[in-house]
Design a protein around this ligand. Structure first.
Ligand SMILES: Cc1cc2nc3c(=O)[nH]c(=O)nc-3n(C[C@H](O)[C@H](O)[C@H](O)COP(=O)(O)OP(=O)(O)OC[C@H]3O[C@@H](n4cnc5c(N)ncnc54)[C@H](O)[C@@H]3O)c2cc1C
Length: 403
């Protein structure tokens, strides 16, 4: 692949740059979770949607831009320079709404897709449970049919953004007599429906980005079903494929960011950049980053040829998350006692390394843990023998639970 823009791409980039220059706020709103922060994020999303830049690859009739994946990547690269990525819409537009678009009836799509693109409504993904995160098919939250309705009882956990979400997609057990992958169904739900209780989880960073969500006799209509009854596993694969693509991107910190810090910083032993041990690490990060860059180019090549990127997006995710943790850790250590100051107005580079250190452990778990991604790479990229799956053909109700 030629990594330079084609003439058409260069034209699109110039147009996007000019639009961003004229429209993007120059300041990024602070205070994640505050009303003002959310309002700024919604306003920016609406402005992008009105210009066709919100979901560039989606058809215009759904509020998208009717553009190509390469245009979407180009816009993302240019938008990143303005720091306006707030993260409230990523799960909805990256995972939930594409699932709704693939499996809902026309009426449901007409109702929900537009408001999500404009940022009027936010979605969350309710898959993980105390009994299983890596093993999504271990879901115990159940839905029991009652006439034209279903009644949901159970608990989800680690649900990002549930506390500010309007809607969610939820994976539930509908037939415990079938093996675990064959007895689940997917529904969309209103997060404010009676019986849905959201309890924020307090994090090390001081924030609360994710939640426990409890369902007590939550009654929903069969019209809220996404895909056939007991086919929820196949529906969830569509969501999860989109998830790995969404979280496999860059983290905003790389070897060049830490090089900038090391050039400016004097330690007890002299300039940080002169430290031999640090320079060795830097060389490793450089090699890793170059590998990551070309792996991403491979994904972009697949997209530009109209192909769906394969499990290689797992490679991007595992390397990017691990590198963020190592780099942030090294930078915070380098800052010595000042490393504990997590304040964008004082800490170097807007406290990017402190934020990276706090979030990287979670990033190594969310969207597939390191171990799960290694299994995927081993089985589907390298063609090695599969993981042992002893419960594949056992009825869910007969699986040992330890109780
Ligand atoms: C920041 C963040 C945001 C999240 N947001 C959401 C969300 O919005 N919605 C949602 O549904 N979930 C969300 N999650 C949950 C996430 O999907 C799960 O945490 C993840 O899938 C791991 O599941 P678990 O926590 O139950 O760990 P487990 O699956 O119990 O894993 C525990 C350990 O065992 C290892 N392990 C498990 N199975 C295997 C295996 N077969 N082979 C080798 N090792 C294995 C794992 O790698 C891990 O080290 C989020 C998590 C985080 C950290």
């Amino acid at each position: 692949m030629d990594f330079n823009d084609t003439p058409e791409e260069a034209e699109f980039r110039a147009k996007a740059k000019a639009w961003l220059e004229a429209n993007a706020p120059k300041e990024r709103a602070s205070g994640r979770g505050d009303e003002g922060h959310m309002a700024a994020a919604k306003a920016w999303q609406a402005r992008k949607a009105s210009a066709g830049y919100a979901q560039i690859t989606w058809p215009k009739e759904w509020g998208g831009g009717g553009g190509t994946p390469m245009q979407s990547i180009i816009f993302g690269q240019e938008e990143a320079k303005y720091g306006q990525n707030y993260g409230y819409f990523q799960i909805g537009l990256g995972m939930c709404v594409p699932t709704v678009m693939a499996f809902a009836n026309d009426e449901t799509k007409a109702r929900f897709v537009g408001p999500a693109v404009k940022g009027d409504e936010i979605w969350c993904q309710l898959f993980s449970e105390p009994s299983g995160g890596s093993d999504v098919a271990a879901a115990r939250t159940k839905a029991v049919r009652d006439g034209d309705d279903w009644v949901i009882n159970g608990q989800k956990v680690w649900t990002s953004g549930a506390h500010y979400s309007d809607y969610g997609i939820v994976l539930v057990r509908t037939d415990p007599d079938k093996p675990k992958h064959k007895g689940m169904t997917m529904f969309w739900i209103d997060m404010r429906a009676p019986g849905v209780e959201v309890r924020p989880i307090h994090q090390i960073s001081g924030g609360s980005d994710f939640n426990e969500v409890y369902f007590t006799d939550v009654r929903i209509s069969d019209a809220q079903r996404l895909g056939p009854v007991n086919d929820g596993w196949k529906v969830s694969l569509v969501t999860l494929m989109n998830e790995r693509l969404a979280v496999g991107g860059g983290t905003g910190i790389d070897y060049s960011t830490i090089m900038t810090l090391a050039r400016d910083l004097n330690t007890d032993k002299g300039p940080a950049m002169a430290d031999q041990a640090f320079r060795e690490k830097l060389a490793d990060w450089f090699v890793q980053s170059e590998g990551l860059k070309y792996t991403r180019f491979r994904t972009m090549t697949a997209l530009s040829r109209g192909q769906t990127p394969g499990p290689e997006s797992s490679i991007g995710k595992i390397i990017a998350a691990g590198q963020l943790q190592e780099l942030s850790n090294a930078a915070v250590e380098m800052e010595d006692q000042y490393g504990i100051i997590d304040d964008g107005t004082i800490s170097p580079l807007n406290a990017a390394f402190q934020a990276g250190l706090m979030s990287s452990a979670g990033l190594r778990i969310a969207g597939g843990t390191d171990e799960i991604l290694k299994n995927i790479i081993a089985e589907r990229v390298l063609g090695l023998p599969g993981d042992i799956r002893v419960d594949k053909d056992v009825a869910f109700k007969d699986m040992p639970t330890g109780r």
